[in-house]
Design a protein around this ligand. Structure first.
Ligand SMILES: [Zn+2]
Ligand SMILES: [Zn+2]
Length: 419
């Protein structure tokens, strides 16, 4: 059945949706190549690409093909006085497993291989249905997983980490890049471009229509808005009928979860900074360095750029994220700070969500260095801080994820009505 004009999807006709950030209802529309933002908080609500189905499909297919050179080509070769090592990405993971760093090997495997692979396969499935204009089994669950996995794509961070690692390696050894090294950059760019094209409201609009799920578009009373797909739902619903997420009506839940993850992150932040991050050894010396020592050494060696990158990613960003989440949670629980609006706090939350992943740089750099230097002549080992550090990154991401910004807007209204 062809889509009727009212629901025509390559262009979103005017309809009412709920802004996930401030909770206001917005009447929005977007044709191909257009965007619609929330007039209250400025959050982007609908974004439709010029060529919304075919182009992301081609990108996703190309990205999937790039996985072949990424996985099987050699990543870099490191030559020291007598030893030369040619490294592939799977080989690097193997090296980690051999050295008993299964936690790091698993983290690297999940974040740089498994997540993008499942993301791409599911996206191709969903976009294929869109292009054919046909429903397919499990279309909505597939769309849900596309969005979930999208948040955990870290190939771009891995690509930047390779450059940082490379600058560090160059100080000790001769380095040569392989096909896989360049392929990772193209792969990262493609994934970045694809994630821009895949936006929640757009994706669920089309998927819901193809699977004939009822979309509440008409004027109705007693509705709530879903924070993930922004569609209206009947007031008594606990799960969204379109994207399947829990309707965050029980707001207490959001603050409790967000606070719990934040406290866990704060606890892990202490050993992450105090325990050794990296242990470097050659036949004569063994150097144990914490995160901060690492930055100082880089600075002394005049690697200013890398020192600044590692300092921001490993020390400044996690700390700022923790402080920002404390401010957000206190504001939502008690009252907004003087002269700071819900709008500004929402922007702070957006920033926390955006920069969260970049803290993984130092972990990936350590992993690459470990794989590059695994001979008795020069050996790099990960210290126990890496585990706590990875936990800090993941826990703060979860804390930000569970925080419901609509609470800030409600608090603002509440405060305004008191004074
Ligand atoms: Zn809004
Ligand atoms: Zn939903």
């Amino acid at each position: 059945m062809p889509p009727c004009a009212e629901h025509s999807l390559s262009s979103h006709n005017p309809h009412i949706l709920g802004c996930p950030e401030c909770g206001e209802s917005v009447r929005a529309a977007a044709a191909n190549g257009e965007m619609a933002d929330c007039p209250t908080c400025g959050r982007n609500l609908i974004r439709v690409e010029n060529n919304p189905y075919l182009l992301p499909f081609v990108y996703a297919l190309t990205a999937l093909a790039m996985l072949v050179p990424v996985s099987f080509g050699f990543f870099l070769s490191v030559r020291m006085i007598t030893v030369a090592e040619r490294l592939t990405l799977p080989g690097m993971m193997h090296a980690l497993l051999r050295q008993d760093y299964s936690f790091l090997a698993n983290a690297m495997f999940l974040l740089t291989f498994a997540t993008p692979l499942f993301f791409l396969i599911l996206l191709l499935y969903v976009l294929g249905a869109f292009i054919q204009n046909k429903n397919r089994p499990f279309l909505l669950p597939a769309a849900r997983w596309v969005l979930r996995l999208k948040q955990w794509l870290m190939v771009d961070i891995f690509a930047l980490s390779s450059i940082v690692a490379l600058i560090k390696i160059k100080a000790y050894a001769e380095v040569e890049f392989g096909l896989s090294f360049y392929a990772v950059f193209i792969y990262a760019l493609l994934l970045f471009r694809i994630s821009q094209a895949v936006t929640p409201h757009w994706l669920f609009f089309r998927a819901a229509e193809l699977s004939s799920t009822h979309i509440h578009l008409d004027k109705e009373h007693n509705i709530v808005y879903c924070h993930r797909c922004f569609f209206r739902q009947p007031e008594n619903s606990t799960r969204c009928s379109i994207c399947g997420t829990y309707i965050l009506f029980r707001r207490e839940h959001s603050l409790t979860l967000s606070t719990a993850f934040l406290i866990a992150a704060m606890i892990c932040y202490i050993p992450a900074n105090l325990l050794p991050m990296m242990i470097t050894s050659d036949p004569t010396t063994v150097v144990v360095s914490q995160i901060f020592d690492g930055v100082l050494t880089l600075w002394r060696n005049k690697d200013y750029l890398v020192a600044v990158i590692i300092f921001s990613a490993s020390i400044a960003i996690p700390l700022l994220k923790i402080v920002a989440m404390i401010i957000l949670l206190l504001s939502a629980k008690f009252r907004l700070p003087e002269k700071i609006s819900a709008h500004q706090l929402s922007i702070l939350h957006r920033i926390v969500e955006m920069i969260g992943r970049w803290s993984m740089i130092d972990i990936f750099v350590t992993i690459i260095l470990m794989a590059a230097f695994s001979t008795p002549i020069a050996k790099v080992e990960a210290g126990s801080a890496t585990i706590y550090f990875t936990l800090v990154v993941v826990l703060t991401m979860l804390s930000a994820y569970f925080f419901d910004t609509r609470l800030l807007w409600e608090k603002e209204k509440e405060n305004a009505s008191i004074f």
